[in-house]
Design a protein around this ligand. Structure first.
Ligand code: T46
Length: 142
């Protein structure tokens, strides 16, 4: 399974570092929402869901955490620990965030506003959903 990790350009000088993120330039979609999580309990697993439409870029702007991505066929764990790296998470992808360091701040740039109807929170439902999407894609290719 291929994952896309962006390395953003830090604009560093003698005062320190600055990263600037522009929609369609650094972030490959229109940014409709930004949210971030902090003070996450180290043993906790967040996420455990997929989205039907939402695309996101995850940046651990401070500390570190791990992201488990699962497309229904394969799983991959990605470590986020650099404030200039962003992980692209497509729609139809089960995600779990875990192993947060106590100082972790995970910032998320999202292509859509918050919509509970876009969430798939049941893993079996997710597997059925991605299988149906694959069937539609294969039918369209014929
Ligand atoms: C995702 C991963 C990476 C809002 O009111 N607005 C928001 O924009 C969001 C994201 C959440 N909320 C509320 C809903 C819940 O009452 O904040 C609470 C915690 O949200 P949730 O349990 O969905 O958080 P995570 O960390 O499990 O998942 C979040 C995003 O929801 C999800 O889209 O991909 O981060």
């Amino acid at each position: 399974m291929q994952t896309i990790k962006y390395t953003f350009q830090p604009h560093g000088d003698e005062r320190g570092q600055l990263v600037s993120l522009e929609e369609y330039n650094d972030i490959p979609f229109r940014i409709k929402r930004v949210y971030y999580m902090y003070d996450t309990i180290p043993d906790v697993i967040r996420g455990r869901h997929a989205h039907k439409k939402l695309e996101q870029i995850l940046v651990c702007v401070h500390g570190s955490c791990k992201i488990r991505l699962d497309n229904g066929k394969e799983k991959k764990i990605v470590v986020l620990e650099k404030p200039y790296e962003g992980l692209y998470v497509a729609s139809n992808m089960w995600r779990e965030m875990f192993d947060f360091s106590p100082d972790a701040v995970l910032m998320v740039f999202a292509s859509e506003i918050y919509d509970e109807a876009d969430y798939i929170r049941d893993y079996d439902e997710f597997l059925d959903y991605v299988e149906k999407c694959d069937d539609i894609e294969s039918a369209e290719e014929v």
